[in-house]
Write a protein that binds this ligand. Structure first.
Ligand code: GCU
Length: 608
């Protein structure tokens, strides 16, 4: 945990004025906070006029910001020249992407300046205040009352800054420059099969904490046991050597431990006859952590995950993963999902399919997903957007990917539902690539050795035999699952080919199919050889599932994909119109024929 915090502190003072340290504030929804969600005034700034002067120097290069929109300045009198005004500018909803809120911003990639004003109540002396963002895509420069707080890179991970002593009772100006321009060296890079939604896409909160508070904690089963709870609590503040109490009221268990000089407290609590979490019985235990004036509650499931040979073991028992892949979208809104209701819709559909597992592709989804999956009994695969062709030899790109992974683990490490950390999707085999991914695996194992590590690898076809599919990606050496995407019948041949292919898989590991599928326009019916018909898609499912079931070690799959989603790469008029239509559910929420095919297969699979 300490390593997570340190990793985060180190890579921040990169751009502009000296930034404050970016903080991890986990379990934010259980903390005393004030929501800043709502309508924020925005300035759409394609030329970054608010950020650079006419010589293209950033205004926030120096400690004292020399100009630009960050200052949120109003003319002092009728003669002062100020060529922007947040108060009279349009507004956008936060949380929310800008693309689905305003047709003029549908394709927009560039900077949008967000500004909100807030008052604060006086807090007890010594109390601290933070501003927390659930996510902002892609780069966010954050300013408060004309001072730079920091810059965050990565569109899908939370970040926070301390603002203690920086606020006044009334009219505080919080300004965020959000820029979603794609970069070759970015994570993800310039090419993705999903819409590049920009904006403050998740909750923004003011968080109040005592001088010394619980920054993060980890509660899990001690590795290798089912009757010992391990707790680690990281304090932040002047009184680090506080006594920390960890208690489970419903289990009548508790422990008191003194934190060390670094504010880290660790304990093991004997817990005989613990009810373990599983999709069938998603038991969550109330946990309460207190230290000094701080007190934090959460609900946590305890379970073990492991592999043995070609089996995946949940609580020591073999489990088959009946899954589906999900993008973080609300199809009806045609925009980013962010709320608990959005999560409930997506996971509700997965439950309806008979799933006990979901792949949250291709980037960290909002925190509601894993929390709701804990409650609903759905295991999760979480992933960082190392997608297709990343700059493998670029050290900053690696640091960026490592940080996104560390941020994700710091946020979701207490979620029983989360069983896989995935470090990549469909990345072309090369030495620099495998080295890059290996260091992400090492990072994940160092931060959390209790979950499976994987990635969606690619299949190659034997040049001498088009029916011979081979899985021998060298990266498979380092993962716990042998997981790959397979699109025979759609990108390779027609559905009948699925019946004839045969496999050689290099690794003696559980085999997991992280994607398969076909496109279908909901409501378009024709014979099963007509592309984009529901019949074609259903036929791919009908043939693929039994084919996969014959692969030794086949331990589960997440067909691509639960519902249709916007993609700038899908341009067939009258059929795709900017949507990837491989969903089992359409943008209107209507089920396609293949939905029932998969549901039937899972009903069979879930029989004892
Ligand atoms: C790929 C990729 C997905 C993409 C899908 C498709 O495998 O991982 O992001 O959307 O295939 O082609 O539909």
């Amino acid at each position: 945990m300490k390593k997570v915090l340190l990793a985060l502190l180190c890579c921040l003072a990169s751009a502009g004025a000296p930034a404050r340290a970016e903080m991890v504030i986990a379990n934010v929804f259980a903390r005393p906070s004030t929501s800043l969600n709502g309508q924020w005034h925005v300035i759409v700034d394609p030329y970054d006029t608010g950020y650079f002067d006419y010589r293209h120097h950033p205004y926030d290069e120096a400690a004292k910001i020399s100009g630009g929109f960050a200052l949120d300045h109003q003319p002092a009198d009728k003669s002062e020249l100020v060529e922007y005004n947040f108060d009279t500018s349009p507004t956008l909803a936060v949380p929310g992407d800008w693309n689905s809120q305003d047709d003029k911003l549908f394709y927009y990639e560039g900077s949008v300046w967000y500004r909100t004003k807030f008052d604060v109540k006086t807090t007890a002396p010594g109390h601290r205040r933070f501003v927390y963002f659930g996510a902002a895509n892609y780069a966010a420069d954050v300013y408060l009352n004309g001072k730079k707080l920091g810059r965050h890179l990565g569109g899908f991970t939370p970040f926070a800054y301390e603002i203690t002593g920086l606020t006044s009772p009334k009219g505080n100006s919080l300004v965020v420059r959000v820029n979603n321009v794609r970069h070759a060296e970015g994570v993800p890079t310039v090419n993705t099969d999903w819409w590049n939604y920009g904006g403050l896409t998740r909750d923004v909160l003011l968080v109040d904490e005592p001088a010394t508070f619980i920054a993060n904690f980890l509660v899990r089963l001690k590795p290798g046991t089912t009757n010992t709870i391990e707790a680690r609590v990281q304090l932040d503040g002047p009184e680090r050597e506080e006594t920390v109490k960890v208690s489970f009221p419903s289990l009548h268990l508790a422990a008191e431990i003194a934190a060390n000089r670094e504010g880290l407290a660790q304990a093991e609590i004997s817990a005989p006859n613990l009810a373990l979490w599983s999709p069938e019985r998603p038991v969550l235990h109330d946990v309460e952590i207190s230290a000094g004036a701080d007190n934090l509650k959460d609900r946590i499931g305890l379970r073990t995950i492991a592999t043995s040979g070609r089996d995946i073991l949940l609580n020591g028992r073999k489990v088959f993963l009946r899954g589906v892949a999900i993008h973080e979208v609300n199809p009806q809104r045609g925009g980013r999902a962010w709320s608990e209701d959005d999560a409930r819709q997506l996971l509700g559909w997965a439950k309806d399919l008979g799933c006990n597992f979901v792949r949250l592709a291709h980037y960290p989804h909002n925190e509601h997903m894993a929390r709701l999956a804990d409650e609903m009994g759905i295991l999760c695969w979480e992933e960082v957007p190392v997608y297709w062709t990343i700059e493998w030899s670029n050290a900053e790109t690696l640091a960026n990917a490592q940080k996104q992974l560390a941020d994700l683990i710091a946020r979701d490490q207490n979620r029983a539902s989360v069983m896989v950390w995935s470090v990549a999707n469909e990345t072309p085999v090369s030495e620099p690539r495998t080295k890059f991914l290996k260091s992400l695996v090492d990072e994940a194992r160092a931060l959390d050795g209790t979950r499976l590590i994987s990635a969606a690898m690619e299949v190659r076809t034997d040049p001498n035999d088009p029916l011979h599919k081979m899985v021998d990606d060298p990266f498979g050496e380092y993962t716990d699952l042998c997981s790959f995407n397979e699109y025979t019948g759609w990108y390779d041949g027609l559905p009948e080919k699925i019946d004839r292919i045969h496999w050689s898989i290099k690794y003696d590991k559980p085999v997991f199919i992280s994607e398969f599928g076909a496109s279908a326009k909901q409501g378009f019916h024709a014979d099963a050889l007509t592309r984009f018909s529901e019949e074609f898609q259903a036929d791919v499912y009908r043939r693929t599932l039994p084919m996969l079931a014959k692969i030794p070690g086949f331990s589960g799959c997440t067909p691509w994909i639960l519902c249709d989603f916007r993609s700038p790469k899908r341009l067939l008029p009258g059929v795709q119109d900017g949507w990837n239509i491989k969903g089992l559910i359409s943008r209107e929420g209507k089920k396609k024929m293949a939905f029932e095919v998969l549901k039937g297969f899972y009903a069979e699979k879930s029989k004892p």
